[in-house]
Write a protein that binds this ligand. Structure first.
Ligand code: HEM
Length: 297
């Protein structure tokens, strides 16, 4: 079967004929009991909610771009978190092939978000300046999903949890993400279960603390990378992590250059130095030994 699962052409008017077990809108037999009868594309995707969630505050034409760019990024982040949690669960249970499949998807989602900057880069400084006063102190800094992604990738920070104190529900979610072992933590525990010499301090620790690079961990990865044939799945894991961090770095870089292009060196709405802050974030290394081992090979 190929093509749009909802069939082609315009959405039909609701039928007045009695329901049967054949979906005339799609041409497919209805096979799942309990699927809402007469459900349309608009119903299933909750488009009424999604497409009425854009409420520009300014009279400026370009605010719609600004809103939709952020909202679509948040939707992709939602999917990324969904996938990252699944990948982490698979690694914890030694199921590497499904983890690889999912991690490849996470990297592609990140690449999708990297390309999305091209659209926002069409917003010029005067266009942004017309919207800026209406944003008040709201800032991407407060994206709780982004923070959960950073934490799932291992970039833990207590200060970034406090940003969400004003919303106890979100604060709890971000705190739970800070307390959970990251993708890299679970990768190292896996190496430990495979009898590679990962220090105990990196297999069990206070996961809220930022990750600290270790020469012993680098040595464990070096065993893998010096003999890929013997450790093929762990070698593949290392390269999936490199792919993911590579894509994440590109996202940070495109954010930085887009911001510099749009606001120059003005302060951010979240109160940071703006470009200076984002430039410092470029130095973040999520999986340090995956990079440092390359110099030793
Ligand atoms: C013209 C558009 C944009 C400008 C001028 C801008 C500017 C900034 C600035 C200056 C910061 C630093 C914090 C602050 O002081 O506010 C920041 C952080 C952030 N922005 Fe943007 N941004 C833009 C678009 C976006 C978009 C489309 C997203 C996608 C969701 C986004 C997500 C974030 C995130 C997640 C952070 C926190 C980064 C971190 O803590 O490492 N930004 N942004």
């Amino acid at each position: 079967m190929s093509g749009c699962p909802f069939g082609h052409g315009a959405e039909p008017q609701p039928s007045t004929s009695p329901p049967d077990n054949h979906d005339h809108r799609t041409g497919h037999e209805e096979t799942v009991p309990g699927a809402p009868p007469g459900m349309t594309y608009t119903d299933y995707l909750k488009l009424d909610a999604i497409l009425t969630a854009q409420s520009p505050l300014s009279p400026d034409h370009n605010e719609m771009l600004f809103i939709i760019q952020h909202q679509t990024s948040e939707l992709w982040m939602k999917l990324m978190l969904h996938e990252l949690h699944a990948a982490i669960g698979h690694l914890r249970n030694d199921r590497l092939p499904p983890a690889f499949k999912i991690l490849a998807r996470v990297s592609r989602i990140m690449e999708q978000m990297v390309h999305a900057w091209d659209v926002l880069a069409t917003m010029t400084p005067p266009e942004y300046s017309a919207v800026r006063p209406y944003l008040a102190q709201s800032s991407g800094f407060q994206s709780w999903q982004y923070r959960c992604i950073e934490f799932a990738m291992g970039n833990k920070s207590a200060a970034m949890v406090r940003v969400h104190e004003h919303r106890p529900d979100l604060h709890d979610t971000v705190l739970a993400a800070q307390r959970a072992p990251s993708l890299y933590d679970e990768s190292l525990r896996l190496l430990g279960r495979r009898a590679l010499a990962v220090p105990a301090s990196h297999c069990e620790r206070d996961w809220r603390e930022p990750y600290r690079a270790s020469p012993e961990v680098e040595a464990a990865w070096l065993v893998v990378y010096r003999d890929p044939e013997a450790y093929w799945d762990l070698y593949q894991l290392g390269e999936e992590l490199a792919d993911l961090e590579d894509a994440f770095r590109l996202w940070r870089f495109r954010h930085l250059t887009t911001v510099e292009r749009v606001i120059g060196f003005k302060r951010g709405t979240g109160g940071t130095a703006g470009v200076g802050y984002l430039r410092r974030m470029l130095d973040t290394v999520l999986f340090p030994e995956i990079w440092s081992l390359r110099t030793r090979l």
